[in-house]
Write a protein that binds this ligand. Structure first.
Ligand code: DON
Length: 305
């Protein structure tokens, strides 16, 4: 941990005041109210050592990072049958694209683009009587954090403006790949994306993807080794939408971004690291977050390649 700590401190100081050419997402109006100077990093290793710097304990909107948690729960419930409803191929398109659904007959390319995460939401809505409550308790059961919660403000803000997601959900329903009421599915999806966590919370909750022996608070495994390997594989190939290749090329770890400016990256068998900096590049991924992780894996030689 001492080596990681020194390197994280050095890169943090180097990047803290660099000119950030990114832009805060404001297509969900409530996200535009964040202080764009926030910058935090937290790492947790599989032997439970941890280190954080900057705004690493401030909670922010995790947005698409939540798609890893919904995928995890749906995979536990459905097993391999899940892949009949959503594919595992990179889309090469923006996260909110409708384009490929027509020729792909309503089967989204992967669970991390919005289309795929909406199908996963449908699966969870179909499984639970109170999907929002049950999903939240699932997340609390993995993390050490009883304060974990949705932001009603962010969820309502997205509900008012989420016309593309509404279009996606209705379009997929026209192919029969949404089974439940679209309002219910979207309400779940908007709440899921509104989850608030800090870099510290995130680097702890996703340890189950780094540590084959991870047990939740109740002493149970979250996923089988094979399932965890597969989710890491989808993160590596699809976690950054049409910038997934670039992230693998520059950083070399499975990861997932969100339009709140967070990025989670996993080193299987070593650690989970999270960076938060709200200004996004044109592909919707944190500008400084990517830069930080590129420098971090280069200096620590911790890319998986
Ligand atoms: O559906 C949306 O557009 C947002 N709730 C989540 C998008 C997102 O985080 C994409 N990530 N980089």
């Amino acid at each position: 941990m001492e080596t990681y700590k020194k390197i994280i401190e050095d890169i943090y100081l180097e990047l803290k005041n660099v000119d950030d050419i990114g832009k805060v997402a404001n297509y969900i109006p409530e996200l535009g109210n964040v202080n764009d100077k926030n910058f935090g990093i937290h790492i947790t290793t599989i032997d439970k050592n941890s280190f954080g710097i900057g705004d690493h304990e401030k909670k922010f909107s995790i947005q698409s990072i939540s798609k890893i948690l919904s995928l995890t729960l749906a995979y536990k419930l459905e097993g391999e049958a899940l892949w009949d409803r959503v594919d595992v191929e990179p889309s090469g398109n923006p996260f909110n694209s409708l384009q490929q659904l027509e020729s792909d007959k309503g089967i989204p390319r992967n669970p991390f683009i919005n289309a795929g995460a909406i199908v996963i939401s449908d699966i969870l809505v179909g499984h639970f009587k109170n999907p929002k409550e049950d999903f939240l308790s699932f997340c609390k059961g993995i993390s050490n954090n009883p304060t974990l919660n949705y932001s009603e403000k962010v969820a309502q803000s997205e509900k008012k403006t989420g016309f593309r997601n509404k279009a996606l959900c209705n379009f997929i329903k026209s192919f029969g790949n949404i089974k439940n009421d679209t309002e219910k599915v979207l309400d779940f999806y908007f709440h899921m994306c509104s989850l608030r966590m800090s870099c510290k919370d995130l680097s702890e909750i996703f340890l189950y993807l780094a540590d084959d022996n991870f047990l939740c608070q109740k002493g149970k495994r979250i996923l089988t080794e094979s399932q965890a390997k597969r989710i890491n594989a989808i993160m590596l190939t699809c976690g950054f939408y049409d910038e997934s290749g670039e992230f693998a090329f520059r950083v070399g770890l499975p990861g997932k971004s969100g339009v709140g400016g967070g990025i989670v990256a996993i080193h299987p068998d070593k650690f989970c690291i999270t960076v938060w900096s709200p200004k996004l590049n044109v592909k919707g991924n944190s500008y400084k977050g990517m830069l930080f992780l590129e420098k971090f894996t280069s200096k620590t030689e911790s890319s998986i390649f």
